[in-house]
Structure formats: C-alpha cells, structure tokens
Write a protein that binds this ligand. Structure first.
Ligand SMILES: NC(=O)C1=CN([C@@H]2O[C@H](COP(=O)(O)OP(=O)(O)OC[C@H]3O[C@@H](n4cnc5c(N)ncnc54)[C@H](OP(=O)(O)O)[C@@H]3O)[C@@H](O)[C@H]2O)C=CC1
Ligand SMILES: Nc1nc(=O)c2c([nH]1)NC[C@@H]1CN(c3ccc(C(=O)N[C@@H](CCC(=O)O)C(=O)O)cc3)C=[N+]21
Length: 345
C-alpha cells in the first residue's frame, strides 16, 4: 500500500478550499502540505481492485467532488454579485474526439452553473473568422474564460490565433506569457494549464509527496508534457523528460517514483518500465478499435494497465482518471477568472 494512504486518510474539514494544490505564489518555499486538506472521502480517492497490488486513483469521483464545490462557489457568487462565470469555446471542424471533449466541457459548465457559449466554425474557415470570434469573446464582459479547442486544422496558424487570446481569459494557460511565468522562478502565471493542474491535484489528493521525488514525464507537448514538467519542478520534484528521440526510455522511467505519461501511444509503458511502488498518472487517451463497444472503439492510456497494476502502488485508469480532472480544472480556472474580474473573494 502506498505511503500515500496514510496522508490521504487524514480527514479534511468542511472548510477545505476547492483545490488542495496551493497557489503557486509560495512555491519557491519548501512545501508543507496542509494536513487537513486532503479528500474528505477516502473512498473517493482509491478504488481498490481485488488481488491487485496497486490502488486505482479515481479521477472521476474526485472531479465530481471538485465540480460540486465549484457549483457551491458559483451559487455564492451569484447571490452576492448577481453574476456567474462564463466560458466560451471555439471549435473548428468536425473531429469526433474534439466534438466529444467540447460536449463534455459544456455539460460540466451546466452542472456547475457556469454560463457557456460555443462558436462552431467550418473546418475550411479562414483564420480571420477564428480571430474575429476570439476578439468578440475577448470584449464580452460576461465571458471570463476562452478555450480554442486544439488541434486546429493544418491551414490555420495556431500560434497567431492563441496570441490573440486575452491573457486574463486564457483559462487553458496556453498563452506564451502564462507558460513563461509558469517556467520562471518567482513568477506566477494567471492560469495553470488544466491537464497538468489536474495531475498535480490527483497526486496531492492521493497523499503523494512530490518534493524530492524523482519524476519522469513522457511527452513534451505545449499542452501537457512541458507544463507538467514545469509544474512538477515547482513542487520540487527532480524531473526527467522522455520524448520520441529519447534513447532507452525504459531505463530512465524505471528509476522514477512518479511517472506521468502523455505520449499518445497505446501501451507504450510496460510493466518492466516501472519501479515497484511507483505512482503512475496516465494522461494518454487513445482510441483503439473494439467491435464489442458501443461506438466500435474504446479508450486506453499510454500505460499497459494490466501489467502496471502488478508493479506500482497507485495508478490512474483511462477512462476515469485524468480526463475528468482536466474538465474540473477548466471550471476551476474559469471560476478564478470570474472572481478576479468581479473582485469577489
Ligand atoms: N486526459 C486528458 O485530459 C488529456 C489527454 N491527452 C492525451 O495525451 C496524449 C498526449 O497528448 P499531446 O501532448 O497533446 O500529444 P502530442 O502528440 O502533442 O505530444 C506527444 C508527445 O509525446 C512524445 N512521444 C511520442 N511518441 C513517443 C514515444 N514512442 N516515446 C516517447 N515519447 C513519445 C512526443 O515526442 P516529440 O516531442 O519528440 O515528438 C511528444 O512530445 C494523447 O493521447 C492525448 O489524447 C491530451 C490532453 C488532455
Ligand atoms: N484547448 C484545448 N484544451 C484542452 O484541454 C484540450 C484540447 N484543446 N484538445 C484536446 C485535449 C484532450 N482533452 C481531454 C479532455 C477531457 C477528456 C476526458 O474527459 N476523457 C474522459 C473520457 C471521454 C470519452 O469518453 O470520450 C476520461 O478519460 O474519462 C479527455 C481529453 C483536452 N484537451
């Protein structure tokens, strides 16, 4: 059983903040985790499978708990200011996976009482149409977060489009200034990218101490791998990054206490890549054909789950691990943004 259990079982009180990960402001100081701020329902963190060594970190129920706390905050905000947070989503083209993710995000907004607007543009639209939609949302005072669903079609210049996004509404945390501030010591980004923030939240809620641990991040993309490695460093892990050109990735990975995988390669990480007792956060969300499933496919992660559960002490499942947390963090960033806009605490 991971040492994580002891810390996670320390019950938290009703006044715990929505997220247990602290503001980045004090991250240059040694970390002392608040003992009263883990999950109040230990069962929500781990679902244990019979005869498996590893605890399964239940991201879905943790995300539900966070979302219900956000909903309470939104109600409190509405009662006191008459306003609610607003999120705008821009989606270009008909990719089925993007459509699903965006639908899930809009549904989560409804659950939390957050207003959502969506602009859908044709896959062959002009760059200016995307920029115009962005500019409208930038100016709309009822919108506090804007998300441009990625990837964009090839003909669109992602860099130019993301540069247009108002820094104060960049709830994805992808703006270069947000990313730069995340990377630099002593600086604080306005928003932390949702998936990396969700990974850290899962680690902390599972009672995992990050400080001083060896962490390996597989993948270095702007949206997951890179910000995750920066964030883990902020929490004082010693971080190695594995990417497509890394030689002998298994040798690096098997030394890690914490492994975060975001490669998009199904079953890349085998049981023998992992150190016994390690904690694994599997971000990978890969569709594989399966005629027995409703839509003819199912989702699996980057980690060979069946092998990993016999080696590690805790692991996130796919689906039901990081994915729902990404959405919960999007709501959290949107709420924070609205609080800033209305000076509401
Ligand atoms: N659950 C969630 O909330 C989210 C899940 N995802 C999922 O996470 C995965 C990664 O997404 P994203 O970061 O956008 O993907 P990208 O394709 O942008 O990046 C993939 C990264 O993985 C590296 N990589 C690819 N193949 C290998 C390999 N064989 N060995 C080691 N490294 C490798 C690449 O290296 P290099 O840089 O050298 O090319 C690259 O840095 C996908 O499955 C995606 O669906 C993404 C976002 C959110
Ligand atoms: N601007 C932008 N911001 C993003 O945050 C962003 C993006 N673009 N492009 C694509 C990736 C991917 N991503 C996911 C979000 C939720 C799940 C999710 O909810 N997954 C569920 C399963 C969903 C299903 O059943 O299809 C789960 O893992 O349990 C997965 C992946 C956000 N991304």
């Amino acid at each position: 059983m991971p040492s994580t259990r002891r810390a996670a079982s320390t019950l938290m009180d009703e006044n715990c903040p929505i997220l247990v990960s602290r503001s980045l402001g004090s991250l240059d100081l040694p970390d002392i985790w608040p003992t009263n701020c883990t999950t109040h329902d230990f069962q929500a963190v781990y679902k244990c499978f019979n005869k498996q060594a590893a605890a399964i970190i239940d991201g879905k129920s943790i995300a539900e708990e966070i979302t219900s706390r956000i909903a309470c905050e939104v109600r409190r905000m509405k009662e006191s200011t008459g306003k609610v947070p607003g999120l705008a989503v821009i989606i270009v083209g008909q990719r089925w996976d993007s459509q699903t993710y965006v639908r899930n995000k809009i549904k989560a907004c409804e659950e939390a009482g957050i207003k959502s607007l969506m602009t859908e543009l044709a896959g062959n639209c002009k760059e200016d149409e995307v920029v115009n939609a962005l500019s409208r949302f930038n100016k709309d005072p009822t919108i506090h977060g804007i998300l441009v669903q990625l990837p964009l079609p090839q003909h669109l210049d992602e860099e130019r489009i993301l540069n247009e996004l108002s820094l104060e509404k960049d709830v994805d945390g992808f703006h270069p200034l947000n990313m730069g501030n995340l990377a630099m010591r002593g600086r604080e980004p306005l928003f932390i990218p949702c998936t990396p923030k969700g990974c850290i939240e899962l680690l902390i809620r599972s009672g995992v101490e990050i400080m001083g641990k060896k962490a390996v991040v597989i993948g270095r993309s702007n949206i997951v791998g890179l910000p995750t490695s920066l964030l883990l460093q902020r929490y004082h892990a010693t971080v190695s990054i594995v990417h497509a050109f890394t030689k002998n990735p298994e040798q690096i990975t098997c030394e890690a206490d914490i492994v975060v995988t975001a490669a998009g390669v199904p079953n890349l990480v085998r049981g023998n890549w992992l150190k016994p007792g390690a904690i694994v956060i599997d971000v990978g969300t890969n569709p594989i054909e399966d005629s027995s499933c409703e839509h003819g496919y199912r989702l699996i992660g980057d980690v060979c789950f069946e092998e990993a559960v016999r080696v590690v002490s805790a692991i996130t499942p796919v689906p039901g691990g990081v994915g729902p947390m990404t959405i919960a963090m999007l709501l959290s960033n949107t709420l924070d943004s609205a609080k800033r806009a209305y000076d509401f605490t």
